[in-house]
Design a protein around this ligand. Sequence first.
Ligand code: SAM
Length: 298
Amino acid sequence: YQDDDDEDKKLHNSNTSDWFTERSVLWPGQAQSLQVEQVLFHQKSQFQDILVFQSKTYGKVLVLDGVIQVTERDEFAYQEMIVHLPMFSHHGPEQVLVIGGGDGGVVREVLKHKSVRQVVLCEIDSMVVQVCKTYLPQLSASLDDPRVKIEYLDGAEYLRNHPNTFDVIITDSSDPVGPADVLFQRPFYQSLHAALKPDGICACQAESMWLHMDLIRSLMETCRSIFASVAYAYTMIPSYPGGQIGFAICSKSVRDCLTKPLREPNAVTTQSLKYYCPEIHEAAFVLPLFAKRELEKE
Ligand code: SAM
C-alpha cells in the first residue's frame, strides 16, 4: 500500500471526548469506535505512536499509530488461530520464531505446545514490549518464560542472518504502513523460506478479505511462487476492521494438505483454548465464494 499524504491528513484518528475512533487509508469510508473509560498510556516511540486505554466493553486496548492491535476481549481469536494453524500442521515444532508480536499473545500460544524448546521474539520496538508488560500481563507474562529469547530488531534483517533455523515462523505484524511495510514485500517471503528448516511452516498476518482483496491476491501469488504449499485461512474478530482477518499459511515442503491438523489436540498442555479446535482448523480454510474466486483467478 502507498500512503496517500492528502488522504492521510484528512483521515487522522480522533480521540474526541470519551470515544476512540479508528480511521485509516487502509479502510476508507468506514471507522470503528470504542468507548474510552481511561487513557492509561500514550507516547511516541522511535517507531510509532503507542496508546493503551481502558475501554468500556473490550477491556484494555493496545493501539499503534491509531490502529487497534489487541483488545482483551477478543485477542484470543487472533492469537490462537495464527499460532495453532501452523503449529498443528507441523509434526513436532521445537524452534519457533515470532516476528512482531511484542504484546506476547502469540508467544503465549506457542508455549502451550509441549514440543517447543525455544521461541525467539523479534520485535522492532522495545517500548511495545515494556508497555504490554505493564498493562497487558495476560499476554506479556509469556515473555518471562525461560524458553523465550527477545531480539529487538527489524524482522526482515533478523531473518536474513538465520537460514535453515526454524520449524515454524509466525509473522504477527501490524498493517503494511510504517515499520511493518517491509514485512509484506517479496524479499521478506524469500527470507522466510530460507530461514525455515526443510519441513518448516510459516503463518503471516494477511489482512481482511472484505477490505484488502488486492493485497491478499498479490501476497498469495508471491507466496505460491516461493513456497511448495500455500493456503489462506481466516478468523472472526470484532475489533479488527471488517470483523475478520486472514493468514497466509505456507509450507516449504509439498503437503497433501495444510488444512487438517497433523497432531492430536493433546499436543498442547492446557485446557486454555477458547477458539481453536480441530473442526475450526479445517473450517478456517473454507472461503466464501467471492474470496475463493478472487484467489483462484489467473
Ligand atoms: N495482532 C496485531 C494485528 O494484527 O493488528 C499485530 C500485533 S502488534 C504487537 C505488531 C507488532 O509488529 C508491533 O509491536 C510492531 O512494533 C511490530 N513490528 C512492525 N514492524 C516490524 C518489523 N519490521 N520487524 C519486527 N517487528 C515489527
